[in-house]
Design a protein around this ligand. Structure first.
Ligand code: UT7
Length: 333
């Protein structure tokens, strides 16, 4: 069995910034409410015709991650994209990325696991590397949640954003890398967050926005409680599995759904917020993309050093959840 290690990170978000003040013109909301209840100040929204499809964002982020990893696209064996907003029903976003970056030797496919898509994809790639069927993989979270936002529903549209994040995984030659990944699902609660039939007219302020014939529906309150419980439980399980305590963790990189969920998680697992990476104020909830975007930003900001123990933890539609413990081994400075 081989360990999988992260040797490159990358992320890309669309150029257009939609602020809370912009949203005040679209739905009955306020910057004060959104900031206080969610921690979000602004989000990025992909523009039609601007080369900002999910696969474009993912391909751009992939090239940045490959450059950091010093890996050429034709060395890749595997490309997996976690997404709930693929550009087309088929082919997979992963194949569109493969085509765009010329990763001609890779197998490419998508997986759908709500906001947990990135950690589910990471787990599949980690296992492929562990058994030796893959040496180098791209693991991607890529979303255009703006395309499934109901822009008439203030309780959900203010939360969502677009973007893509990527890690390059490689077979490790030592004991560093992903120590373990733990996943969970509960299909009984699928109705707390799902895609609904319908296509509400996008508001004029989003005139270049391209909607889809379904949109996101959510029972926020119930989901909030489930989120805190499952995040804390799976984080605890991951730490216990590796005989680690909260004080061993250098940085937690959680899914960015709501700052209050993140704060409640930190409190439950006894980790101070200084050790929790957040960028929700800039991007909102980007579903599968949120962890790899945050991980890339933390990495490029110099917050991760070889030997550091990192906890990645997520929760989303399905319900799904997951946690990975990583002993960091990448030094980009
Ligand atoms: O990524 C996958 C996982 N995602 C999650 O787990 C999300 C979990 N849920 C949440 O983050 C929160 O429940 C929300 C951010 C969605 C909502 O926050 P909340 O503090 O739970 O608010 P609420 O739904 O209890 O609503 C409180 C009030 C309501 O008004 P009344 O009934 O008290 O008069 C809402 O109508 O806030 C109102 N409200 C808003 N007001 C201004 C809801 N959305 C808005 C809004 N602007 N955008």
């Amino acid at each position: 069995m081989f360990r999988a290690r992260i040797i490159g990170t990358g992320s890309t978000t669309p150029k257009r910034i939609l602020t809370n003040v912009d949203l005040e013109k679209i739905v009955d909301t306020s910057d004060e409410w959104i900031t206080r209840r969610t921690g979000i100040k602004e989000r990025r929204i992909a523009q039609k015709g601007a080369g900002e499809n999910a696969f474009d964002l993912a391909a751009d982020a992939s090239l940045k991650a490959l450059e950091m990893a010093k890996v050429s696209p034709d060395e890749l064996d595997l490309i997996i994209v976690g997404t709930i907003t693929p550009d087309r029903q088929f082919p997979a976003v992963a194949c569109l990325v493969q085509n765009k970056i010329n990763a001609d030797n890779a197998n490419a496919f998508d997986i759908s696991a709500g906001c947990s898509g990135f950690l589910y994809a990471l787990s599949i790639a980690e296992n492929a590397i562990a058994v030796g069927s893959c040496k180098k993989a791209l693991v991607i979270g890529a979303e255009r949640l703006s395309s499934v936002a109901n822009w008439q529903d203030r309780s959900t549209c203010v939360l969502l954003g677009d973007g893509a994040g990527v890690v390059v995984l490689s077979q490790a030659d030592d004991d560093n890398g992903i120590l373990s990944t733990h996943l969970g699902s509960d299909g009984r609660c699928w109705e707390l967050l799902y895609s609904e039939e319908g296509n509400p007219d996008p508001p004029k302020i989003l005139d270049a926005f391209e909607g889809k014939p379904y949109y996101l529906a959510m029972e926020g309150n119930k989901l909030f409680k489930k989120a805190v419980r499952h995040l804390a439980d799976v984080a605890t399980k991951a730490l216990e599995h590796n005989n680690l305590s909260a004080s061993d963790i250098k940085l937690v990189v959680p899914h960015q759904a709501n700052i209050r969920i993140i704060q409640a998680l930190a409190e439950k697992i006894s980790i101070p917020m200084e050790k929790v990476y957040t960028n929700i104020h800039k991007y909102g909830n980007t579903s599968s993309a949120s962890i790899p975007i945050a991980l890339d930003e933390a990495n490029r900001e110099g917050l991760l050093k070889p030997g550091d123990i990192i906890l990645l933890v997520t929760f989303g539609a399905g319900l799904t959840w997951g946690a990975s413990v990583v002993r960091w081994s990448l030094d980009i400075f």
